[in-house]
Design a protein around this ligand. Sequence first.
Ligand code: FEO
Length: 172
Amino acid sequence: MLSPKLQEALNKQINEEYYSSYLYRSMVAYMEEKNLDGCAHWMRMQADEEHLHALKIFDYVLERGGKIELQTVAAPPREWDSPLAAFEAALEHEKYMTGNITKLADLALEERDHATNNVMQWYVSEQVEEEANVDDIVNKLRMVGDSGPGIFMMDRELKTRPAPTPIGGEQA
Ligand code: FEO
């Protein structure tokens, strides 16, 4: 059985992951409006991945006999100053999510729940990858600046992002 504290924290994290999916979905719309198909595609893949992150915890809580309490998902921002600003916001958001996961992993250890800590370790690795990926895009966009050909090349590169692997695969 999950402790009440962990059950509450995991439900909160499900909400955070759904918010992440919602945030990236809003960025899809923003990028589409800018006619940046590749950036929109990247954000779409990221939104789908965050949905899978929410589902992985959702299924885990059920597997442990816990209670799911879905909460209201906050409305994400709708506009950013530039595509770079949107990716910078994505990076900040991922750092925030890393903090949440770290707290959850700590709480699991405090509650002596090694199964939950084990699940959180998957998220710890995932966050390292996510921060690195977004950081790389932010750095490249900063290099490119306002250069039209540079943005065109970046957009083409981001269009190649593959779809996330469904839960149960090696990555989500
Ligand atoms: Fe599921 Fe990007 O945090």
